[in-house]
Design a binder for this molecule. Sequence first.
Ligand SMILES: Cc1cc2nc3c(=O)[nH]c(=O)nc-3n(C[C@H](O)[C@H](O)[C@H](O)COP(=O)(O)OP(=O)(O)OC[C@H]3O[C@@H](n4cnc5c(N)ncnc54)[C@H](O)[C@@H]3O)c2cc1C
Length: 76
Amino acid sequence: MPLDRYVGLSGQKWAGDLYIGVGVSGAIQHLLGIKDVKTICVINNDEAAPFFENCDYGIVGDFHEVLSLLIEEING
Ligand SMILES: Cc1cc2nc3c(=O)[nH]c(=O)nc-3n(C[C@H](O)[C@H](O)[C@H](O)COP(=O)(O)OP(=O)(O)OC[C@H]3O[C@@H](n4cnc5c(N)ncnc54)[C@H](O)[C@@H]3O)c2cc1C
């Protein structure tokens, strides 16, 4: 990934309403890029991933499965 695609210390900072971390561990360097986001959601298949300590909503599961369900729900 080029640096301009990173979220975090070395790349983009973002302060929007909703961030969804998909298969992201939640390293401190990444969290620095989203510290001003209003609502942080995380999908990770490792319930011990550090990101779960730093989010508003967390789903433990395989992102392939979880994203399919979310897309289905959004599309009605
Ligand atoms: C000086 C410095 C600057 C840095 N700057 C940045 C920066 O700006 N941004 C940044 O992001 N990092 C930065 N890093 C790197 C940072 O320390 C981490 O190594 C990096 O954020 C890890 O990326 P990751 O979470 O995508 O990958 P990984 O640590 O490999 O984590 C992948 C995660 O995905 C989960 N996962 C895997 N498969 C699935 C699946 N099928 N379904 C659901 N979950 C799954 C795993 O459980 C794991 O938690 C920097 C490091 C240093 C030393």
